[in-house]
Structures are given as C-alpha cells and as structure tokens.
Design a protein around this ligand. Structure first.
Ligand SMILES: *Cc1c(COP(=O)(O)O)cnc(C)c1O
Length: 350
C-alpha cells in the first residue's frame, strides 16, 4: 500500500480470482470456464478489417449486439445493459442501488462482499440452511437491495422462479439482482418477470455457457428505468466498456445459439456421469444445476485434496471459509478430463 491510497480503501480486501497458472499445463477445473471453444464462425468475426477498424472508438451503444440479444431473448434493446464481463454490471448495480444496504447469502459469489465494501455499503449475509438450500422467506420484506446467484455458486443449487417472484413482490422499493451466470446449465430463468416487476435486474454472462471468458462480455435485463440508471453510471465511468472486437464476438455468438445449447447439453451429461462416479468413490456431492460440482469426502481434508490434485496436474477450486472448507468446487470439463479426475482421485484416496 502506498501512502497515497485514500483512507476509505485501506481496509478493502480485493477479490481473489481463481488461479490461471502458466507454469505448466493443468487439467483446469477451477474457474468454471467452458472446456469447449467458441463456435468456429465466432473466430471469423474478428477479421483483418475488424482489427483495422480499431483505430475508431467502438459504438458506445453497441446497437447491433443489443438488437441481436433483444431478438434472441424477446425483449427491447432498452431492456439490455452490456458490460465488460458481468462483474462490471454487478459493480454498477451495487453502486447504483445498494445505498439502503445489501443482503445476500453467506455462501455465494465472493465478489458481492467486495463490491459492498468498495462502495462503503452496509451489508448483511444471511446463512443458507444447513444443507445449503436457500429459504426465500429470509429475503422477503427486507426492502434493501437483494443479490442472489441462481443457480448459486459455489453450491450449484437453485431456487424456483416462483420464489423469486415472492421476493420481488415483498420488496417493491428495492432492487432484486438475480445473477444468472449459470442458468444455461439447467436452471430456470426469471427473465420473463422483468415485464411484471420494475425492481428486477437479471445479470448474465458470456463467460461460462458462451465459451468467452477471456472476451469479457456481460449483459443484464431489466425495465427501462433500471437500465438507464446503469448506463448513467457506465457513461460516467467508461462509455466504451465493451470494445469493438468483443461486440463482434458477442454478435457472432448470438447467431450460433444451437451450437451453445448443444455444448450445454454435453456439459450437463458429463456432470451427471461425474456426479455418479464421485458418489461411487464415497463423495457427498450437492445437486447442481451449474457447470460445476461441489463435493467433499470424509476420507481427506478439503484443502489437502486440493493440493494433492494440483500436484498431480489437476486444478480445482478450494475455499477456506469455515462452512465450506471441506468441499472442493470442480468445474465440468470434457469427458476425458473428468475420467482423468476420477482416476486420479482413486489413486489419491486409496
Ligand atoms: C463467473 C461469475 C460471474 C462473473 O463472470 P464474468 O466473467 O465477469 O462475466 C458472475 N457471477 C457469478 C456467480 C459467477 O460465477
């Protein structure tokens, strides 16, 4: 820390992203990226001409990409906010709507607490039940900003849209953010509810199901007024938050919906087989509607298992928070990668 850092940031603990080691080739099951490449036509969207076009600033309204997304999801372009990864949309949401305080589960995406601290917002973390289910009644009548990842991370578990409707109804004067980063892997989207509730913000990303984590593209749906608020903050921060190349990649991705749906089906299939194989080895595995599994075994400490796997070239994600430190979060990779994982676990756990 330099002596110049503003005092209000002294105690801020930054988010720690999952490791992206370059020292050797790992089977990388630690940051929920897709094991599959983008559709072939997406690579072709970045032509020489497109690169030469970079001399100009990008379209700050991202008109073409918004229109494509609007067509796919049956909303108006005015219902869409675009961001540099969905983390940026979440950051603006905390900044814009968290003034009265923010409520989110104790076990969820670690960035929520960081955003609350960054903006000096009072926040409360409500414990999930013993079995990591979320009781929607805990979030009713709060009238503070509510943030729920659905499906949740790192558990992979989800709640039905009807329960989100109850949360929206009972918090009419606060924004309810539903982070649908993993919804394409078997969750139920609450997007249709934006027509009925002007306090709903649905945040999505191209990073997981759209195989584009490095492209940094997030999007969010809401009524026009919430979108206008987010854009006010975006234009006050960086009008060009989604660069030209990423806008092109995003538009090409929307045109390949069938390809991505197929990839999601494959990942769900691999998830089902991996869960069964882990259970056969004695793991307890939470039910997952996401592209990862959250699992623990009595046979080895969670942190020790993480290190054993890393030594053998397999990266998973371990969290040190007390409630979940016996678990590891395992991203669903290609079938052959999951076979390697199971084989390696057999060796580690004998
Ligand atoms: C991965 C993830 C995000 C953020 O992804 P971006 O790459 O910034 O789009 C947001 N929320 C949850 C719950 C995630 O797991």
């Amino acid at each position: 820390m330099s002596r110049f850092l503003a005092g209000k940031y002294e105690a801020l603990e930054a988010y720690t992203p999952g490791e992206q080691p370059r020292d050797k080739r790992y089977i990388k099951l630690n940051t929920n990226e897709s094991p599959y490449p983008p559709a072939p036509s997406v690579a072709e969207a970045v032509s020489r001409e497109a690169v030469e076009g970079l001399r100009l600033y990008c379209d700050p309204t991202a008109k073409r990409l918004k229109e494509k997304l609007a067509g796919l999801y049956q909303v108006e372009p005015e219902n869409i906010f675009l961001s540099n990864g969905s983390d940026e949309a979440l950051n603006f949401a905390f900044m814009a709507f968290g003034g009265a305080g923010v409520v989110f589960p104790d076990i969820s995406y670690g960035f929520y607490g960081v955003f609350a601290q960054l903006h000096g917002l009072p926040y409360e973390q409500i414990p999930l039940k013993e079995d990591f289910t979320l009781d929607y009644r805990d979030y009713c009548h709060q009238n503070k900003m509510i943030v729920i990842a659905n499906p949740n991370a790192p558990t992979g578990m989800s709640i039905p849209v009807e329960q989100i409707r109850q949360i929206l109804k009972s918090n009419p004067d606060a924004v309810v953010v539903i982070d649908e980063a993993y919804v394409d892997f078997g969750g139920e989207s609450c997007l249709p509810l934006i027509k009925d509730y002007d306090n709903l913000l649905v945040v999505r990303t191209f990073s997981k199901s759209r195989c584009l984590a490095g492209g940094r593209l997030g999007y969010a749906f809401a009524g026009r007024a919430i979108i206008a608020d987010l854009e006010k903050l975006q234009y006050s921060t960086n009008p060009y938050n989604v660069n030209t190349l990423t806008q092109l990649l995003g538009a090409a991705t929307v045109d390949e919906e069938a390809y991505y749906r197929q990839r999601c089906r494959e990942i769900m299939d691999t998830r089902r087989r991996t869960k069964a194989a882990l259970e056969a080895l004695g793991f307890q595995v939470l039910p997952s509607q996401a592209n990862f599994l959250f699992a623990k075994t009595e046979k080895m400490d969670g942190g020790a298992l993480y290190r054993e796997l890393k030594n053998r070239g397999i990266l998973v994600r371990h969290f040190t928070a007390q409630r979940i430190c016996q678990y590891n979060r395992i991203t669903i990779g290609r079938p052959e990668e999951m076979d390697m994982l199971i084989q390696t676990l057999k060796e580690v756990l004998i």
